[in-house]
Design a protein around this ligand. Structure first.
Ligand code: ZN
Length: 268
């Protein structure tokens, strides 16, 4: 597995989509769930963190002005504390669920210590326009229609996909809406049995998750050249994007191609 993060260079500063595990998780692994460490055996290498990779690209942590976590599970939110000055954009339902996990029926995944530093939360309502068959899609403020928050509820209450406009079509981070590239195969979708069961058990609304997966497959089937979808944890997709030259970025999103080559694996 990887944690596939994306950093975009925009006129509003850097935008980071997902943060993977962070420097503080590595310095103090007790911030993570014991079960997670046992099951996933994360590679706790400081050089793999988003902040270290951004610094290697010549940026400072404060250059990251906006973060869009696809959701706030520990392997997506661990790096929040490495970028304490960034605004953190989440759907209101995700924020509420993460702040009150027991009341909202979420048994595992959220680790409040990862946001004990007090992030600059920017919760957004689940409403907006229709986009490629997805409802309630809204742009990230200040960037026109070039970065979109696309609800993909199911794995968590306010799970969010992110679509980035490039001159070669849309680049679509689907977070944990699916796990493995085979799950999105438009002809014969399949997922390893263990992973399928794991996803089902970890979802707050499995029916919504499956419905969104079906919609993503439809998207890939009907718009193979217009939309390029990848998930948070698939190694195959990560290697494909990290190795290839993506289409030239649009006027606003100057660095999408370079950023994707610097995509960030945080666990293996
Ligand atoms: Zn995850």
């Amino acid at each position: 597995m990887v944690c596939h993060c994306l950093v975009l260079e925009t006129r509003q500063g850097l935008v980071l989509v997902d943060t993977g595990l962070g420097m503080h998780d590595i310095q103090d692994p007790s911030r993570l769930e014991r079960r997670f460490i046992k099951r996933s055996a994360p590679w706790l290498d400081p050089h793999e963190t988003a902040v270290a990779q951004a610094e290697r690209l010549g940026f400072k942590h404060e250059d990251v002005r906006h973060i869009i976590p696809t959701h706030l599970d520990l392997d997506h939110a661990g790096g929040l504390s490495d970028f304490p000055t960034a605004e953190v954009h989440v759907f209101r339902d995700e924020h509420e669920a993460a702040m009150h996990p027991v009341r909202r029926g979420k048994k595992f995944g959220y680790r409040p210590r990862q946001w004990a530093h007090g992030p600059r939360w920017k919760p957004h309502a689940l409403d907006g326009e229709r986009w490629f068959g997805f409802e309630a899609v809204r742009p990230l403020p200040g960037l026109g229609d070039d970065v979109l928050l696309v609800p993909l509820v199911g794995h968590s209450e306010g799970h969010c996909g992110v679509a980035v406009k490039t001159n070669g079509g849309w680049l679509r981070h689907a977070g944990e809406a699916y796990f493995n590239h085979r799950g999105l195969d438009p002809v014969v979708p399949r997922s390893p049995l263990g992973l399928a069961l794991f996803q089902r058990l970890r979802s707050v609304d499995n029916a919504a998750r499956l419905a969104n997966q079906a919609r993503l497959r439809e998207l890939v089937r009907n718009h193979p050249r217009e939309v390029h979808v990848f998930s948070a944890h698939c190694v195959t997709e990560f290697q494909r994007h990290a190795a290839s030259s993506l289409p030239v970025a649009s006027a606003l999103i100057q660095g999408a191609a370079e950023s994707c080559r610097g995509a960030i694996p945080a666990t293996r």
